[in-house]
Design a protein around this ligand. Structure first.
Ligand SMILES: Cc1cc2nc3c(=O)[nH]c(=O)nc-3n(C[C@H](O)[C@H](O)[C@H](O)COP(=O)(O)O)c2cc1C
Length: 326
């Protein structure tokens, strides 16, 4: 892997900018049979909750045009088993690991951050705020600036100083910039954009919702333009805040689109279900796409789409003058 795709997310240095998206790479063991996990920019864990959860009954996954609709209900082993079995395995493989946390109250998020505080091998914490707040009639933390901020503050207060905290926002809000600002004001070092979008499908044979959860989260290529729009708007408002772009990325050019919108790193989610080797492939394709555009460092491409048409950043190598034909 060339140095072209190295990146920095605040204080977090990554050898390359392409990582797995939370919930889509299993525990890491499932992906390890397809490629060497040390090639990942980072492995983002499935959101860890305080207790073990079985998740929702099936059916909890259905395909939609260019997308996947899921209502998993955050199944997982809970923080203690995660710390005993899953995280040590990732550390043993020398995988850069970002731990995603999820809770149903501000206190649960704070407790999870405290539990991770003295655990070695946590490169960063990603706060999944697309969770129902048990203290507010089950309304998502991600929908309200003050609720989102409370969760981020609780995690920041209890996390080890120096470990970056990323807030992962949901796209289905009226103004994503307001939520982003609230999270950064509350201490988020960076933002992950986007989580899935609430959506629904109805089975025309059973005449009932296709998923037991009734609605679910839409992901895959169908959400990519929505995700790119969110990254673009948030980068315009917060140009110095590192962004991890997520949503429908399946190729290097998809990843480049997010970088141009303002992301300093990207994560691949749904694409892993049909191409488990997608991350190293997207890394290679992104590297090639930057080289083809004479951009030597990914950092020089971050947010370029915000510049006026025709702008060439000083760092971009000028095009070789065409040799005169004789
Ligand atoms: C099956 C599945 C499970 C997911 N689990 C989580 C999760 O545990 N925590 C989280 O923050 N996001 C979770 N996500 C959301 C993804 O990380 C990602 O933000 C979203 O799917 C958009 O990216 P994609 O289109 O590349 O999948 C999940 C998505 C899917 C499809």
């Amino acid at each position: 892997m060339s140095d072209r795709v190295r990146t920095t997310l605040g204080g977090l240095e990554l050898s390359n900018a392409v990582m797995t998206a939370s919930g889509c790479g299993g525990t890491g063991r499932e992906l390890a049979q397809f490629f060497d996990l040390t090639r990942l920019g980072a492995f983002v864990t499935t959101s860890v909750m305080p207790q073990a959860r079985a998740g929702r009954p099936t059916p909890r996954v259905t395909e939609t045009p260019s997308g996947l609709l899921t209502a998993m209900g955050l199944p997982g082993p809970g923080i203690e088993t995660f710390l005993e079995h899953d995280l040590p395995w990732l550390i043993e493989q020398d995988v850069r690991t970002i731990v995603s946390v999820a809770g149903n109250s501000v206190q649960e998020y704070g407790d999870l951050a405290r539990r991770l505080r003295n655990v070695p091998g946590v490169a960063a914490i990603e706060v999944n705020i697309a969770c129902p707040n048990a203290e507010d009639r089950g309304r998502m933390f991600a929908w309200h600036p003050s609720a989102a901020a409370s969760v981020v503050r609780a995690v920041r207060d209890h996390a080890r100083p120096g470990v970056p905290v990323f807030a992962k926002l949901a796209p289905d809000v009226t103004d994503i910039v307001t939520i982003a600002l609230a999270c950064v004001d509350a201490g988020a070092d960076g933002l992950t954009l986007i989580n899935t979008m609430e959506a629904m499908a109805i089975d025309t044979d059973t005449l009932r919702p296709a998923l037991t959860g009734v609605s679910g989260g839409l992901s895959g290529p169908a959400v990519r333009p929505l995700a790119v729009r969110c990254v673009y708007q948030v980068h315009a408002a917060l140009p110095r805040t590192p962004i991890i772009g997520v949503g429908g990325i399946a190729t290097g050019l998809d990843a480049l689109e997010f970088v141009l919108a303002g992301a300093s790193a990207v994560a691949v989610g749904t694409a892993l279900f049909h191409d488990p080797g997608a991350v190293p492939r997207v890394q290679r394709e992104l590297d090639e796409a930057l080289a083809a555009r004479r951009i030597d460092r990914l950092a020089d491409a971050v947010g370029l789409a915000h510049k006026p048409a025709g702008y060439v950043p000083p760092q971009v190598r000028p095009q070789e003058p065409e040799k005169e034909r004789t």
